[in-house]
Design a protein around this ligand. Structure first.
Ligand code: MF3
Ligand code: CO
Ligand code: CO
Length: 252
C-alpha cells in the first residue's frame, strides 16, 4: 500500500528534503582530485549530527556508511573509503539521505572531478534532464508509469541505457516505501493513478554502454558489466494539487 502524506507531513518532509539538498550541495562542492570518499562520508556524518538529523543509510541492511559514493563505472551504492580516491576526469555519484524528525528524504547527483571528458559531461546532463522530464509527469490525472516512460523515452535516443535492477520508490517515515518507480520497461498511461500526498523518490541510473550491472563482493557496490561510465540523479518529490513539488530542490 502506498502511504499518502498529509499536508503537515509534506511540510516535515520538506524540512528533511532541504537538509538533504543542502548536504548534497556541500558534498558536491567538496569534490576535488586527490580527495578520498571517506572524507565526504565523515563530513556528512558531522553535518547531520550538528543539525540533529541522521543518515537513514547507515545500518540499513547493515550498510556501513552514511552516504553512497560511486565513481565512474560504479552505478550506485559505492561505499565511502579511504582507498577510493577521486582523480581528475572521474565522475562521482553521491547519494545522500536525511532522516529528520521522523521523515526521510533521498537525493543524489553525479558531478565531475575537475575537468571531465565531453562524453562524460553529456551523460551527466542527459541523466539529470531525464529526471526533470519525468518529474513533470507527477501530476494528478497521470499514472505512475508515465514517470517511467518519460525517463526511458528521453534517454534512449541518446543511445544510453537504463539500469533495470534498481528503481525509484515511495519515501516517508521509511526510506523505501511502496510503490516501486521503474525507470524503464513500462508503457505510458499504465500503472496506478497518482494520488495527492504521494511522495516518491525518482532516480534514473543511466549507463554509457550496456545496461547490465553486477554487484561486487563487498555486497553493495553496483558496477556496469562493461566498465563504462554510469550517472545517477535522484529527487524526492511530493504529488500535490498544484503539481510536483521537489522537496530536495536546493532552496526550493
Ligand atoms: N538511497 C539509495 C536509494 O536511492 C539507497 C541506499 S541504501 C544504502 O534508494 F544502504 F546503500 F544506503
Ligand atoms: Co538515494
Ligand atoms: Co532512493
Amino acid at each position: 500500500m502506498v502511504i499518502a502524506k498529509s499536508k503537515a507531513e509534506i511540510e516535515k518532509m520538506y524540512r528533511s528534503g532541504q537538509l538533504a539538498a543542502q548536504l548534497l550541495h556541500e558534498l558536491c562542492k567538496m569534490v576535488e582530485p586527490g580527495m578520498n570518499t571517506l572524507t565526504l562520508d565523515r563530513f556528512a556524518e558531522n553535518w547531520l549530527k550538528e543539525r540533529k538529523a541522521f543518515s537513514p543509510f547507515k545500518g540499513y541492511r547493515s550498510y556501513p556508511k552514511h552516504i553512497c559514493t560511486s565513481i565512474n563505472h560504479q552505478v550506485v551504492h559505492g561505499i565511502p573509503s579511504e582507498a577510493a580516491i577521486m582523480r581528475e576526469g572521474d565522475i562521482i555519484s553521491i547519494d545522500c539521505g536525511v532522516s529528520f524528525e521522523g521523515y526521510v528524504a533521498d537525493t543524489a547527483a553525479t558531478v565531475g572531478v575537475g575537468a571531465i571528458s565531453e562524453p562524460a559531461r553529456k551523460l551527466i546532463q542527459a541523466t539529470e534532464q531525464s529526471l526533470y522530464h519525468s518529474i513533470e509527469q507527477l501530476r494528478l490525472g497521470n499514472r505512475l508509469y508515465d514517470v517511467s516512460y518519460a525517463v526511458q523515452s528521453y534517454i534512449e535516443p541518446f543511445g544510453y541505457t537504463l539500469v533495470r535492477e534498481f528503481c525509484g520508490h515511495g519515501v516517508g517515515r521509511k526510506m523505501h516505501e511502496e510503490p516501486l518507480v521503474p525507470n524503464c520497461g513500462k508503457k505510458p498511461h499504465t500503472g496506478p493513478k497518482l494520488k495527492e500526498g504521494w511522495v516518491l523518490a525518482v532516480e534514473p541510473m543511466v549507463n554509457l554502454g550496456v545496461a547490465d550491472v553486477k554487484t561486487l563482493a563487498d555486497a553493495w557496490t553496483v558496477v556496469t558489466l562493461d566498465g563504462k561510465l554510469s550517472a545517477h540523479f535522484e529527487h524526492t518529490i511530493a504529488v500535490t494539487e498544484n503539481g510536483p513539488r521537489i522537496l530536495t530542490a536546493l532552496n526550493a
